[in-house]
Design a protein around this ligand. Structure first.
Ligand code: PLP
Length: 371
């Protein structure tokens, strides 16, 4: 049964567009008049500002978050015949990027606190052919990087952070994405720093890795018609770069709004049989996606649907169950926490411009179901 209540969308980008429209159109006009459409000034400016914001030496923009991960893997020498450690519970693209470079993902279960990789299970999963660990800062909660970095250093393998959902998250004073050998970001529109189209970026403090990435994203081009390696077309679109630069300049306000909406959700959902987003001590959550967990997840989803309230299940199928990975022979029993998360999580509407009245209505529906 559906009601005639006003729809509450899971996400709405139209407010963001209205806010930047004038300035962005001016910049697009300027770009158009320059005729400098590929790897132009907008790209350099955006990369410099992004690197400054993150406190990292190099930022190399690319076409998507998926490319950011696969090109970072390539730049760090990971390829065919290698394996890479990755959490079993994340967006498909994290593993897909590993497969795209010809390597094999090794899935590891997650911890039930923040849904990130269970660091106690990584060492036993490392094989002779393992070249990297790829922790994901899922939903915006920083993964526990210190023990991962220590283990990686002991085994002489790389740590590549999937920070696609975690722009602005911090571990102590450091931004995630600036801590491992490379950090990978996505500018998919719903991200904390989102484009109005696709985009991605790799951060690194290693000049050689940055140089490799710069070549890889542009056909290995080192001079006119000279190609020093096999790369691809993975340049960030200049039109998106002009927008991202504008948004980056005022991103702290948006991050503040995310924390304020989180505070209201926490206040209104307190005391219910529901686990609210959690993070490791000493870290700052980016609150990209507001995910809660409940044994009554399906009842909550049904009630939200009845009341015209958008929601998402991120992610209903752990990676080891995805068809392209069946051949790896994993069993559900190896991933109890990943399986439990897939059954219990639900992501609620969440974006910086979200009206307070929407949060009130969503929480009232949830309280009705499980209060
Ligand atoms: C955790 C994670 N990794 C990788 C990606 C891939 O990013 P893109 O969609 O920009 O390719 C995403 C995007 O949603 C993501 O959430």
């Amino acid at each position: 049964m559906k009601t005639s209540e006003e729809t509450i969308p899971y996400f709405d980008l139209t407010g963001q567009f209205a806010m930047v429209r004038e300035e962005w159109f001016r910049e697009i006009n300027r770009l158009g008049r320059s005729g400098n459409f590929i790897l132009g000034d907008a790209i350099n400016q955006f990369e410099t500002c992004f690197a400054d914001y993150l406190g990292v030496k190099h930022a190399v923009s690319v076409s998507s978050g998926t490319d950011a991960i696969s090109l970072a893997l390539k730049a760090l020498g990971v390829g065919s015949g290698d394996s890479v450690i990755v959490p079993d519970f994340t967006f498909f693209a994290t593993a897909e990027a590993i497969s795209l470079v010809g390597a094999t993902p090794i899935f590891v279960d997650i911890n039930p606190i923040d849904f990130n990789i269970d660091v106690s299970k990584i060492e036993s999963a490392i094989r002779a052919d393992t070249k990297a660990i790829l922790p994901v800062h899922l939903f915006g909660a920083p993964a526990n990087l210190d023990p991962i970095l220590e283990l990686a250093s002991k085994k002489s393998i790389a740590v590549i952070e999937d920070a696609a959902q975690a722009f602005s998250a911090r571990i102590g004073g450091s931004c995630v994405g600036s801590i491992g050998h490379a950090g990978c970001f996505s500018f998919y529109p719903t991200k904390v720093l989102g484009a109005f189209g696709d985009g991605g970026l790799v951060t690194t403090n290693d000049s050689q890795v940055a140089d490799q990435l710069t070549l890889l994203r542009n056909h290995g081009l080192t001079g006119p018609n000279i190609h020093s390696l096999i790369g691809c077309t993975s340049r960030l679109n200049c039109v998106q770069a002009t927008l991202l630069l504008i948004k980056l300049n005022s991103i702290d306000e948006k991050i503040k709004s995310r924390h304020e909406i989180t505070r209201i959700y926490f206040e209104q959902l307190a005391g219910l049989d529901l686990v609210l987003p959690r993070q490791q001590r000493g870290t700052t959550h980016a609150y990209n996606i507001f995910t809660v967990r409940s044994r009554l997840r399906d009842n909550i989803a049904q009630a939200l649907k009845i009341h015209n309230i958008g929601h998402q299940i991120y992610y209903p199928m752990p990676l080891h169950k995805q068809p392209p990975y069946h051949h790896l022979g994993y069993t559900d029993a190896e991933f109890p926490e990943s399986m439990r998360a897939a059954d219990e999580v639900i992501s609620l509407p969440f974006y910086p411009e979200m009206p307070r009245s929407h949060v009130d209505r969503i929480c009232a529906v949830i309280r009705d179901v499980i209060g």
